[in-house]
Design a protein around this ligand. Sequence first.
Ligand SMILES: [Zn+2]
Length: 284
Amino acid sequence: MTEGVFTFSVGDFKCVSISDGSQKIDAQALPTFFIGSTAEEMARALRQHGLSPESHDLQSNCLLIDTGDERILVDSGGGSVYHSVLGKVVPGLAAAGYQPGDVDAIVLTHGHLDHVCGGIDKDGALVFPNARQIMARGEWEYWTEETDATAMGARFVDDVQFTQDCLRAMWSQMQLIEPGDDIAPGVRAIPTPGHTRDHISLAVASGAGRLICVADTMDLPIHIEQTTWHPDWDEEPQEGLRSRRMLLRRAVAENALIHAFHFPFPGVGYVREDGDGWRFEALA
Ligand SMILES: [Zn+2]
């Protein structure tokens, strides 16, 4: 197995989880992932998951779905411009046997820069020349027209400006959809608002195989067990938690694999019922 590339199948579809890299979360920032917990509860959960309270490598896992007819990339990662630690999607694709020109569609689950900025290179050129980029209309409008970076706090201003510049530079490739629309045969968007206003997840079906891309409805396997804890930057936390629980119920009901963008690589596994709640069972 090439490092940062994990291949699995969903029915007849070939899927490849590709690491875009990881960002260091330090001891000060770690509690912002677990709003709703006490310090003791967080410490216990980290211990149970074998995680250090001092720092965490937050992964970014993009996903390529090769349906046989189309190659669909789910999120393009952070690109090489802003975070030197991200931007590994293109070499990851190459390791899996794909060139940027092979990608037919990119689904952008939401407008955060670690998910959308991989579509543009440092010179402002399109990285995936043949891809249409699919995003929920409301999400596009929010990030390109309505968002008020200053209101989000000073530390976000540069990131939001950068994200807006990236999105606008990719306008010629954009195809705006309603959350819940079909994207391709066997690939459908699921409205999962909360993390951002029109955040979408994906339901993938081929034969008896099922996969749900949960994107940022959960950042760590702890969020599967603790469905009242949420990250500090969820725009509508209670709505986000409802979206998360809906996906967890659906994953169990359909015995679907999930792919989670920020889980430890490759972020692929099953959701299992556990008492009144759920737990994650990694595939790899
Ligand atoms: Zn993210």
